[in-house]
Each structure stands twice: as C-alpha cells, then as structure tokens.
Write a protein that binds this ligand. Sequence first.
Ligand code: AMP
Length: 548
Amino acid sequence: MALMGRMMTDPLLISSLLKHAERHSGDTEIVSKRVEGDLHRSTWREVALRSRQAAQAFARLGCAPGDRVGTLAWNGHRHLEIYYGASGSGLVCHTINPRLFPEQIVWIANDAQDRVLCFDATFLPLVEKVAPLMKTVQHYVLMTSRAHMPAASAIPNLLCFDDLLAAESGDYHWPQLDENTASSICYTSGTTGNPKGAVYSHRSTVLHAYAAALPDAMDCSARDVILPVVPMFHVNAWGLPYSAAIVGCKLVMPGPHLDGKSLFELFEGEKVSFSAGVPTVWLGLLNYVKANNLKFSTFKRTVIGGSACPPAMMKSLQQDYGIEAIHAWGMTEMSPLGTLSKLTTRQLSLPAEQQQRLLEKQGRAIYGVDMAIIDDDGRSLPWDGQSSGNLVVRGHWVISKYFNHEDSPLVSVDGEPGWFPTGDVATIDADGFMQITDRSKDVIKSGGEWISSIDLENIAMAHPAVNEAAVIAARHPKWDERPLLVVVKKPDAQLTREELLAFYEGRIAKWQIPDDVVFVPEIPHTATGKVQKLKLRDQFVGHKLPTA
Ligand code: AMP
C-alpha cells in the first residue's frame, strides 16, 4: 500500500494570496488612474481591508455562495477589490467585456445569471440601456464615491460602491472553501456560436498565479512595478492581479486611459518595470514614444500575446528601447498562459539571428501545461519544427467543460482522452518551441478582440440583395486581422460596398463591421456544401484593405 505524505492539505484559495500580500507587502502601493480623472493611491493593506468590506457588502445584498457578481470595469483598485472580495467569499467574479455589443453583454450576463452588476461610470449609459433586459441582476452598483454619483439615473436604487464598503467593518474572516470552488468566469467569443464561459476555480487560479510569476514565465518579483495594460476583463488580466499579490509588488492600473501619451506618462511617473498587453497597445505606445523622441527610464520587459507579435515590434522594443519583449500564447480557456518565448542557456550561444527567430515563436510550455500537435485523426505529430497540426493542451488551469454546456469539448491524442483542442494550428520544434501557423476556428482576432465571422455572415445574408456571404480575416498592420466580407449578389441585384457596410450599422459593434467587401461570382464549397474558408483565404491572401 502506498505511503501517504504527512503534509498539510490547506486548500489553495484566492483569499490566501491577499492575506499574504497584506501581511508581507501591506505598504506596497496600488496606484489607479480612475474614470473620475484622478490618480488614486492605495496599498495592499487598504485593498485587503476594502476587499473584506466588499465581501461583507455582497453578503448584505443577499448574495449566497456561488452567486455571480458581474463587472463592467477598467483596471483599477475597485475592480481589484471586487476580484478578491467576491471570489474570496465564495462568490464568482464574472468580468464582462464592455467592448462587446450591448446585446452580447445582455446575453452573457443572463447566461451567467449575474445577481449583482458592478460597473464604472463610463458604462452608466450602457447599463441604463440594457438593465431592463437583464433577467437575473438584482443590484446595480456604480463603482465610485458618493461625490461622483449621478443626481438621477434610469436605474432605480442605483448603489454606490464606496458607500456599500463604508457601511461595513472589514472585520471578516475569509471562508475555508473547497479549492475547486468556482472563483471567476470569463466568456470568450473565440468559439463558434454564442460566447462561452470559462469557469476558473480557486485551485486553478492560484496554481496559474504561481507558475505565471516564475522567471521563465512573467518573472514577477517584489522589486517590480507592474502595469497590466491587458484588461481585467480579458482573462483576469492574464493573472497579474494574483501573481502581483504572491510577490507583493506595486501595481499600477491604467483605468480607461490606454492611449500612448497617457500610458507613457503613467509608466514614467510610477516607475513601471513590467507590463503586459496585446500587440495593438504597444503599437500605440511606440508610435507616441517615437513621434516625440522619448525614452523609457524604468520599463524593462513586457509580455506580448493575445495575437501574434509582429517581429518588427519585438525588434524595435528590444533594439530601440532596451525592453525585453516576451512573446506569449494562451487563451481564455487556459487562464490564459500556455507558452512564453524565453531562451535556454544553450540557445543563448546561438547566432543573434537564430535567437531572434526563436523569440518570435510563441514559445515553450510552462510547467502545468502539456501540449501536443495532432492530425485530423487524433494522431500526434513529431516535434520537428516542420510538422504542422492541431494544437491541443491539458493542465491544471485548462477548462474541462464550458459553463452551461454539459458536453465535453475534449479530444483524444493517440487514444488518450482529456486534451483541449485550442483551434490553433502549430508546429513544435525539438526544443519544445511552439509556433502558431494558422487557426482552424472560424473567428477573426482584431487588436486582441474576437469578431465572429458567423455573426457577420448572418447579417450580410439578411440583406435582400445578398445571395451568399463569407467572412475571412485579412491582414492589417495595426489590428493584425480585420474582417473582409466576400459576397455573391442575387442575380440582377444592385448593391454597392457602401450600402452593404451601412447595413451593419446598429446591428453589431462599430469596430466589428467589416473593413471591406469584395463581390465575387461564386464562393468555393466543400463536397458537403460548407464554405471552403481556407481556399477563400488563399484567394485573398494579398488583399489590401482600404483601412490598412
Ligand atoms: P483569447 O481566448 O481571447 O485569449 O484568445 C486566444 C486565442 O488568441 C488563441 O487560441 C490564439 O488563436 C490567439 N492567440 C493568443 N496569443 C497568440 C499569439 N501570441 N500568437 C498568435 N495567436 C495568439
């Protein structure tokens, strides 16, 4: 019989991260650029107190274990307090992407059955508009102080976050939850059909935070000043609010101020050493810095992911500004970190150009994530840097099911079940460096945000002059990908590009409207009648978008 270990089995809980940060880094700052326009200064100690008050406030509002607390909010201290206050007390923090179309936001909040909705003042008009459609929300909480509450609102009983907290003592003990209790939910539109929710647990979140902080991952330390540009509504800001608590470093939250000038001033003013975000954000920041002939004085490294990092951007960050650009890959379903591009000792003696080519790949899996590439029959392919296959993953922070979907998305590899199909197509070389070469999922990723090709096709097909429509991703220098609409008109129908694009207005978020339309005599189909997207993409591979 196996000899059992004699170690303590305390559950891995999100509240333990905050308790650690409060005790060991209580004075370390949390700085937030707020919607109200001010630069707010707080500490881990204060965030811990206010998180406990938030937990008490949610309980007073009638929230019971497992209830969902929705957020529509930028990165800031109040959002952080809701993260810890909700999850820590056994509620589920549901971050909603405010960039989605209002109907999608309503759909997601209803699917998650949010009981409370907390939101920044930016989103008051949006929430006032959608509140009548929210089926389960009982309390609306404006994340601000009494002084900034509106005199009147279409939302009856609009609550003030700071008031709710002020009414509580903060004398609260975090419950000892089962570590597999749900802690947060993030919906992804990177799937076919409606958005789907990834439900993280305390255990998966803590393990991910540990791994993400390691030197060959995000390399977080107490000496860092971390500014997550990646939103807290995009996979928990890639886990940084948790990893920062583990190491007890200073956090700088940019709020809604994500333009190059505001970011640069915040980086310099707060001595930021490390950041993370999608390529589009760095483009804005670099353009500003270049145009004004500026240099960073403390910014040393950044993780870039969510979309492929353009090699030129990586080179510019490194060579012009001395910033280490770490290319990373992951997804909502993976909490999100999967791979990061960091070199091994042996690789550091390779010629500079070879090193650069490796760094441009998506990188090696961090411990906790296992990956494989497989052919269409589920057979694994060699790690030779040449064979390209469907990328599948498994690990401590990879979903096994989506929220509200009982069917398993998992597939088998060489007959072994339990692998999550990422929808990405990749090669892996002998050193384990993975490189994304294509995508099998039918979606478009623009500036790090998903656009559903199916939604765009359905709208086009609803136009009386359209016979058939297909949407593919076209390359764009700023957004990486933008939607290109390929249309077959009805016989003898009159329809212009402009008329068709105008048809999208009000039917989908403005930034999701296709950049261009091409009219073709026919769209290629498979034998079973499905649109051959691959062939279509090949056909328009060099298409120059008017917006490019
Ligand atoms: P999300 O769930 O929104 O984080 O999107 C995850 C997807 O974004 C992945 O499955 C990839 O298709 C894409 N993605 C993320 N990071 C990268 C990267 N570094 N290079 C290329 N594609 C990426």
